[in-house]
Design a protein around this ligand. Structure first.
Ligand SMILES: CN(C)c1ccc(C(=O)NC[C@H]2N[C@H](CO)[C@@H](O)[C@@H]2O)cc1
Length: 472
């Protein structure tokens, strides 16, 4: 659906002005992320997958509309190994201090569907527009429970042309201001949120498929915006939540997001560094999103809008790498996506896969839901996203990655890394371009699993290794 450009542009300018969003940061940014999520052998993971699923925002049980067959279909078609799995505070803590273990067990059942197929799972405490008690029809956002929602009777529109304008409704703004205790009237709410995460971590801390927790989806500061928000109430929420999670789970990764507005479009984030109280190396990473403003304004990834989008993509990569350097952690691009039937859309997706390969970032496409944005339409027929997302990639690398690059024209994947003896490197190869699997140079040996479409490559346990994989 093409959004009224004036509305979004007005929102963007209003919020950027209100938040005093800094100009684009300059200066040298690093070329790749400083660290990686690793598997239980210590191999660096390339996390390639989907957000599953937006439907969880509006289902009564807060679970995504998903079957195990859907997970199998996804693996068979695209060989993904990662999922950003949406969960909801309203379901975790249906009433103050009461945690719904049956809900968490149902989440765990679905995590098990992914685990059986070798996936890694990041749990995303997902909010959009605060929660259903604010948008009466439960439109789009269902994150927060009713008991934590205090609008003070201020109005919330029955409908908006563009869903994000709900964020500016007085009732929504007030609900957020109370949550962040900007009003000074509800100091308890952030602690409830942090303890709800502790309950989630208690349930999943020993689940081998769960690699970590994405603390809040697209945080919105209400009356407080920009660096004041990110260094103020948002940082306070993250610190309290990190402390609660680490009181029960010393090992899973914890991911923090900058504010959405401005940063999703490529502007810099003022998010501070977060310390990890765990013994050993810190395990705090970043999970930013990218939605280039020209595309948000309804343009297509063609012509001048493509050039402008690429410019903002350049800002985004510098700013996110700078943030990752400050945090000294991995980066998972938690969301990117668009209407894949639009002109240039497939090229944008390919560009984002190239960029995340180049920077060493994981990625989760928004989203797995049926429809023009997703891989399948409402009848389950594959759309244009499937062949581009069925991309060769090194699922697990037996060393510190230095370069990952796929040249689709020559069907050649290059993986360069400093081997560290953590095990063989596993490469997913899609059927279309690698019907008989792959051949590899630079290896000691390799084996091909035609069922899972994985080439397992053995290299020397030290020194810089360069693998080149082409179709067998
Ligand atoms: C004004 N605010 C706070 C705002 C505006 C726009 C978005 C957005 O487009 N987000 C991109 C996608 N992310 C969500 C799910 O996390 C999707 O519903 C959006 O399309 C977010 C926040």
């Amino acid at each position: 659906m093409r959004r009224p450009r004036l509305a979004v542009a007005g929102l963007a300018l209003a919020v950027a002005a209100a938040g005093g969003v800094a100009s684009v940061a300059r200066g040298d940014a690093p070329e790749r992320v400083p660290r990686y999520v690793t598997d239980d052998r210590g191999r660096a993971l390339t996390l390639h997958g989907f957000n599953t699923a937006s439907s969880a925002k509006s289902t009564p049980d807060a679970l995504p509309e998903l079957t195990e067959a859907d997970v199998e279909t996804e693996y068979r078609a695209m060989g993904t190994n990662f999922v950003r799995f949406l969960i909801q505070w309203r379901a975790v803590e249906p009433s103050p201090g009461v945690y719904d273990t049956k809900y968490l067990e149902k989440v765990a059942e679905r995590v098990g569907w992914y685990a059986k197929r070798g996936y890694h799972v990041m749990l995303d405490m997902h909010q959009d527009l605060w929660g259903d008690r604010v948008t009466p029809d439960g439109h789009a956002g269902n994150g927060a429970p009713g008991w934590a929602t205090h609008t003070d009777g201020l109005p919330v529109a029955r409908a908006h042309d563009t869903w994000e304008l709900y964020y500016l409704d007085p009732g929504v703004m007030r609900a957020f201001d109370h949550f962040w205790n900007t009003t000074g009237e509800h100091p308890e709410l952030m602690d409830h949120y942090a303890r709800a995460w502790r309950a989630v971590a208690e349930h999943f801390k020993d689940d081998p498929a769960v690699i970590g927790y994405d603390l809040m989806n697209e945080p919105w500061g209400g009356a407080v915006q920009g660096a004041a928000f990110e260094n103020g109430p948002l940082a306070e929420l993250y610190r309290r939540t990190i402390a609660q999670i680490r009181s029960i789970d010393q090992d899973n990764w914890i991911f923090v997001e900058p504010q959405a507005v401005g940063v999703n479009w490529g502007l810099p984030s003022g998010l501070p560094r977060f310390e990890d109280p765990r013994a050993g190396e810190p395990r705090i990473g970043l999970a930013p999103h990218i939605y280039p403003l020209p595309l948000d304004l309804g343009e297509d990834y063609v012509g001048a809008a493509r050039e402008w989008t690429d410019t903002t993509l350049g800002w985004w990569r510098s700013n996110m790498l700078r943030l990752a350097e400050r945090q000294d952690g991995p980066v998972i691009l938690g969301e990117f996506g668009l209407d894949t039937t639009r002109p240039g859309a497939v090229e944008l997706v390919e560009r984002m896969l190239e960029v995340t390969d180049e920077l060493g970032m994981g990625r989760a496409y928004w989203s797995r839901d049926p429809g023009p944005w997703g891989p399948y339409d409402g009848k389950g027929a594959p759309g244009p996203l499937v062949p581009v997302y069925a991309r060769p990639y090194p699922r697990a690398i037996g060393g510190v990655p230095r370069q990952v690059a796929y040249d689709r024209a020559s069907h050649s994947l290059t993986v360069r890394f400093d081997a560290n003896g953590t095990g063989p490197t596993e490469v997913y190869l899609p059927a279309d371009e690698f019907p008989r699997g792959g051949r590899v140079t630079g290896a000691l040996s390799s084996t091909w699993d035609p069922d899972r479409r994985i080439l397992t490559v053995t290299t020397p346990a030290s020194g810089t290794q360069t693998l080149t994989v082409t179709p067998a």
